[in-house]
Design a protein. Structure first.
Length: 480
């Protein structure tokens, strides 16, 4: 490990970062980082992709381990930031429960502004609620979760604050999850509303395109913040200013710090892994088995239809592990991926099966001989009770329009999931390790941060993770 001793003079400004993850140790002196002062004896970890802006309050001596220090002459933060912070502090004297939402494209300093503002507020004795809706670069809680925390003392890193409540999205981008994003922000905003003097809302860098416009509009319209701060390098959020001008009490446009550099994709992935591993240290890790019958499955087709008994026998295909029918989809899960020709054959069989089931049911209602119906090969494989139940499921649907989805079991393996209680509150996140379709149960590696005894809902996510909580793939939206 490379170590370097550095001396800094009062009033100097610098940036500390690390390409591999490192530390810096304050041997003597006093520094200010994001409005928080740190003195001799402090050791600070610098994750890959994170930059610490340093203002030297007193002559200082540092030891750097795997870190780079760059002295700068520019302002660490634009003067406009401090003017806006002063305006917010003045507004706090007249109104509590103040809400501030920060928008902007990627790498404009949204989280930096929120951290700086947080420390300025808590120094004045205010209780601050953080609503972290930046699911791709989560600071509060694990990635893929909208997190909320309450802060009463200065902090160096928002990720040091434990998550009070969370709303599981299960992805690193809001694309395809606009409604859950808005609902999650609304629920967590309500949770913080009467517990804090000020609520600060961080958001994703998704600001361009139709879905982004919709997301920002309804998210901001839902909370109607007292201050809507839009950060820009140039005028790349011009459309949001005009779109949202009536959705907040006041809109403030602020420049991005000139010292801020773009975070490369590998660094973003590393930061997500760091966020997961930091959450692992505070949560209770446990491997559990959950029965289908004990929970409701969400954000997936699986578990929402009527299961076909003995699917391998019904379809005369030993590779079929599970099949279920809904009025709007027919799901078939196989041991391995099927080739196109095999999929076409299986699709035709599934279509014929629905026709036969519906025909049998209608025939029974037309007083066709029960003995004739009983001799049907479908009944012998499925049973009269199941045939009748499935027929009622699809009776009002146009069978030719019901989509048939054939997917391999691997779609669900290593999937990031959220575990919720009966009230719909997130109590854990986990990795879906295996599904035993024969015994209808799931094996889950879970990280609990609340009571373990009340699992009622499993919400399927979209990221795939290994046992070290590192990204290894993704489930496509609408699959499974």
């Amino acid at each position: 490990m490379l170590a370097l001793e550095v001396e800094l003079k009062r009033g100097q400004k610098c940036l500390i970062k690390s390409e591999r993850g490192g530390y810096f140790f304050i041997v003597e002196g006093l520094l200010e980082i994001f409005g928080m002062q740190l003195g001799a004896g402090e050791k600070i970890y610098v994750p890959i992709g994170r930059v610490f802006p340093i203002l030297v309050i007193e002559d200082s001596k540092l030891i750097l381990e795997n870190c780079d220090l760059v002295r700068i002459s520019e302002d660490l933060f634009p003067p406009e930031w401090f003017k806006t912070i002063e305006r917010i502090l003045n507004a706090m004297e007249d109104k509590k429960n103040l809400s501030i939402c920060v928008l902007g494209y990627t790498d404009v300093g949204k989280s930096s502004l929120i951290l700086l503002l947080t420390n300025k507020l808590v120094k004045k004795g205010y209780t601050v609620g953080i609503l972290d809706a930046d699911i791709g670069q989560s600071k509060i809680g694990p990635p893929g979760v909208i997190g909320a925390a309450i802060i009463r003392h200065p902090v160096l890193d928002l990720s040091d604050i434990p998550m009070e409540v969370g709303y599981f999205i299960g992805d690193k981008t809001p694309e395809g999850h606009l409604l859950p994003q808005v609902i999650g922000v609304s629920k967590l905003f309500s949770f913080l509303r009467n517990k804090c003097d000020a609520i600060l809302i961080d958001t994703t860098g998704m600001v361009h395109g139709g879905p982004a416009r919709a997301l920002k509009l309804y998210k901001v319209d839902n909370v109607h913040p007292d201050f809507l701060i839009i950060l820009e390098k140039y005028r790349e959020a011009e459309h949001l200013v005009k779109l949202l001008q009536k959705s907040a009490n006041e809109i403030i446009r602020l420049p991005s710090p000139k010292t801020l550099k773009s975070t490369a994709r590998p660094a973003r992935i590393a930061l997500r892994t760091y966020s997961f591993k930091k959450f692992v240290k505070t949560a209770h890790e446990k491997t559990i088995e959950v029965k289908f019958s004990d929970i409701s499955l969400q954000e997936c087709v699986l578990g929402t239809g009527y299961p076909i008994p003995n699917p391998a026998k019904v379809f005369e295909d030993v590779t079929i592990l599970w099949a279920e029918v809904s009025p709007d989809i027919f799901l078939i899960i196989t041991r391995e991926p099927k080739h196109l020709h095999a999929k076409e054959e299986l699709t035709a069989k599934a279509r014929r099966l629905m026709v036969s089931i519906k025909t049998l049911f209608i025939a029974s209602r037309m007083n066709v001989s029960k003995e004739t119906i009983k001799h049907s090969p479908i009944l012998s494989k499925m049973g009269a009770e199941n045939v009748e139940a499935i027929a009622k499921v699809i009776l009002r649907a146009n069978i030719t329009e019901i989509p048939i989805r054939i997917i391999p079991k691997s779609v669900y393996e290593n999937l990031y999931i959220g575990l919720l209680n009966k009230s719909g509150d997130l109590i854990a996140v986990g990795i879906l390790k295996d599904i035993d379709f024969q015994h209808q149960k799931m094996l889950i590696k879970a990280l609990f941060f609340k009571s373990q005894n009340d699992i009622a809902i499993i919400r399927m996510g979209y990221l795939k993770l290994n046992d070290n909580w590192e990204e290894i793939g993704k489930r496509r939206i609408g699959v499974g």
